[in-house]
Design a binder for this molecule. Structure first.
Ligand SMILES: [Zn+2]
Ligand SMILES: [Zn+2]
Length: 259
């Protein structure tokens, strides 16, 4: 069995007594059949050190982008194009809109989101989109900027089935994180049951959002197995089948990621 953590922030894990190195974290994940990882960039300033940290590990792929909640000092479009052109970069993001945590700078987030879609199209690389409490604007900007030409994923999805369907109609995949395992996530669980298997990805978004039964601990890529098991149980299919589909989807979407 092979599982892929389609979205994690490996450079943000705390390395101390529990796990001493990235090598430890990847080995622990591998023991649970988690064999590939997409390490997602959230600032331009830390992108070079992120690339350096994952350089020894061919099973770790990179994205390049500026998180919607990291809009200080703002996106340097020229630098984004240059950094994202690195051959190890398989996707653009994470980008998108988060009006839940930051409703006060919508215009800045929107401009950044548009810039990321333009860069994605220029480089022909898929998008990693973060969207929270911003359904209409996210879909409208995706349409206006031609996001369907490169496709991508709505990551850590917590929105409605209608939004997922609108994004899938533009060729997008939907990635589910540990949030789906939370006690109060019944609405999201209904969405997860209804999504087509050939559009589904799984992720941890580690070090954040540890799934049940690891709540209160730092999240790590090994726990994507718990997310996958939960979804498999929810859909009444074997874990093997869920793993096979989500891993195939991952390599279909991120074509520059090579096994
Ligand atoms: Zn995110
Ligand atoms: Zn993230």
């Amino acid at each position: 069995m092979l599982l892929v953590d389609s979205h994690c922030h490996l450079d943000r894990l705390s390395y101390g007594s529990k796990q001493t190195s990235l090598a430890d974290v990847l080995a622990k994940a591998a023991k649970l059949d988690v064999g590939y990882f997409l390490c997602v960039s959230v600032t331009q300033a830390k992108f070079p050190t992120m690339l350096e940290a994952i350089a020894p590990y061919p099973q770790v792929f990179a994205s390049c982008g500026v998180h919607p909640l990291n809009q200080e000092p703002g996106v340097d479009a020229e630098l984004l194009l240059k950094q994202a052109a690195d051959p190890r970069v398989v996707a653009i993001g994470e980008t998108g809109l988060d009006y839940f945590y930051s409703p006060e700078n919508k215009d800045v987030q929107q401009a950044s989101f548009r810039e990321h879609i333009r860069v994605a199209r220029a480089l022909n690389k898929p998008l990693i989109i973060h969207t929270r409490d911003a359904q209409q604007d996210t879909l409208q900007i995706m349409r206006e900027e031609g996001a369907d030409q490169v496709g991508g994923v709505l990551h850590c999805f917590t929105e409605s089935l209608e939004m997922a369907q609108a994004a899938m109609a533009m060729g997008f995949y939907i990635s589910i994180s540990g949030i789906a395992t939370f006690k109060n996530a019944s609405a999201l669980q209904e969405v997860v049951k209804a999504l087509p298997l050939d559009r589904l990805l799984v992720e941890t978004d580690s070090p954040y959002l540890a799934p049940v039964p690891h709540r209160g601990r730092e999240n790590e890529p090994a726990f994507v197995r718990d997310v996958a098991q939960f979804i498999a149980d929810l859909r009444h299919i074997p874990l093997d089948e869920l793993a096979e589909a989500t891993s195939r989807n991952f390599f279909e979407l991120f074509k520059l990621a090579k096994k």
